[in-house]
Design a protein around this ligand. Structure first.
Ligand code: SF4
Length: 463
């Protein structure tokens, strides 16, 4: 039987793929992205070389996680920070809650972080009565709408300026025809005070650096800097795969991320944090924690081939390139990570049985692999996922039976020719109509098979 998630996925993608307004907005935004990225990546002297280097560094670090993560831990803790290891989302939530309640904190300011999305941190904190505010503009917009981020880099990519102006008009009374600048100013005005008053700042991390025990944050709005500077406590929630060996590797990963993520040479603000405020320093938090999140990543690591999914630097390029993503949109995947990379890692992180269908949601055109800055062989890994699902007998029983019958039917010409076209068409329309989909017309097989027609032609060449 198909999983509940698979059925929902099929239903929602069918609706979204025919939502012309959605398509118009996404195409417009992705077109802008494509133009910018073309310019961005043209600035590399030898892009292919940089991508290869990125791949090999990530390969090395993922193969040695058991050494580099403890190295990061000890270097970070040397400077007064504390590392917390969380195996599951619940463990991460509990640890964060311990810090919050120990400090009697009432409010949290957050900067964009997919790892916190993964552990449903906002919902968890809201239930506990903690005011939690997203400070990244795109995240703030989707939070106001009560939605999840649509895209790992641009959370509000599915919204037009008019949509956002209408939202701000309803929430804050700004003019319906407000410009992007006016809306940004309004958000800034609303958020500025919150940075000063928040008890705790929570961020993700784009990279954690093993040899110096540092956190690297990349952003365009300066909100992460404010979230980490004003509050007395800073908590970083980060997946264990985000580690890189050395501070010097940032000269490769920063431009790879910015050019492939947004087309910028370098993102506007790049910050390296080395722990809580030291004695002679004037700003920064008094306490700093890094929650190292597993939450299914070691299951990805356990896959010899697919573990390369952990090399991902979350640039979003494969999402923007994917013909499936562009048609069905980010929310349909119902997972924190959408698009090709989400389809690759989610079945291992959240369960193959429930999420194997995502690996089928690909045309295998290979565009995702082509654009990936760290050369993850995404489309072939999706095939590997499909293979593993079949090997582990996770495909529906009817499908397995169907393939068995089909395999033996096509194994001999005499079997294939035994039934006439009428019967074959009957079988097709009975068993294939539903999976074929209501928007496509089933092909009609001819009355006589090709081999019969061929034989007849040979016997009567003039006909
Ligand atoms: S898989 Fe590659 S292209 Fe896709 S988000 Fe990750 S780094 Fe970017």
């Amino acid at each position: 039987m198909a999983s509940k998630q698979a059925k929902e996925f099929l239903k929602e993608s069918d609706e979204k793929a025919f939502d012309l307004n959605h398509r118009k907005i996404i195409n417009y935004n992705i077109d802008k992205y494509n133009t910018a990225v073309k310019v961005g990546i043209s600035r590399f002297n030898n892009l292919e070389n940089s991508k290869r280097k990125g791949y090999s560094l990530k390969w090395k670090v993922i193969e040695n996680l058991d050494k580099v993560l403890p190295e990061f831990e000890s270097n970070f803790q040397c400077k007064g920070g504390k590392v917390i290891w969380a195996e599951t989302a619940e463990e991460a939530q509990d640890e964060i809650w311990k810090i919050i309640s120990r400090n009697n904190a009432k409010s949290v300011i957050k900067s964009k972080s997919m790892a916190t999305e993964e552990i449903n941190l906002n919902e968890f904190l809201e239930k506990k009565g903690i005011e939690t505010l997203e400070s990244d503009l795109g995240e703030y917009i989707v939070q106001l709408l009560g939605q999840k981020p649509y895209h790992i880099v641009t959370p509000a990519m599915h919204l037009s300026l008019e949509d956002i102006a209408k939202l701000f008009h309803e929430k804050f009374g700004t003019p319906l025809n407000a410009t992007a600048e006016q809306l940004t100013l309004k958000a800034r005005e609303l958020l500025r005070d919150k940075y000063l008053k928040a008890d705790i700042g929570i961020t993700g991390a784009n990279f954690i650096i093993s040899d110096t025990g540092s956190i690297a944050l990349t952003e365009n709005e300066g909100n992460a800097r404010l979230s980490t500077t004003f509050p007395k406590i800073h908590i970083v929630v980060v997946g264990i795969e985000k580690v890189i060996p050395s501070l010097t590797d940032l000269d490769l990963f920063w431009p790879l991320l910015s050019t492939h993520g947004t087309g910028q040479n370098l993102t506007v603000y790049n910050t390296i944090l080395n722990g809580p405020r030291q004695e002679n320093e004037t700003d920064g938090p008094e306490e700093m924690y890094v929650v190292l999140l597993d939450n299914g990543r070691t299951n990805v690591l356990a896959q010899k081939e697919q573990r390369q999914g952990l090399y991902c630097i979350r640039c979003g390029a494969c999402l923007n390139a994917c013909p499936i993503y562009k048609n069905i949109g980010g929310h349909t995947y119902n997972s924190t990570y959408s698009g090709p990379i989400g389809s690759l890692i989610t079945p291992h992180m959240k369960g193959m049985e429930a999420f194997k269908h995502l690996s089928d949601a690909s045309s295998l055109c290979g565009k995702c692999t082509e654009v990936c800055p760290v050369k993850i062989d995404i489309h072939n890994m999706l095939l590997a996922n499909r293979r593993d699902a079949v090997k582990n007998r996770l495909s529906p029983e009817m499908e397995r039976l169907g393939w068995k019958v089909y395999t033996s039917a096509v194994s001999k010409r005499s079997y294939l020719d035994f039934f006439g076209g009428k019967f074959k068409n009957f079988i097709l329309s009975t068993f294939m109509k539903k999976p074929w989909g209501k928007r496509r017309k089933l092909p009609t097989l001819s009355e006589k098979s090709f081999s019969k027609q061929w034989k007849e032609k040979q016997n009567n060449p003039l006909e």
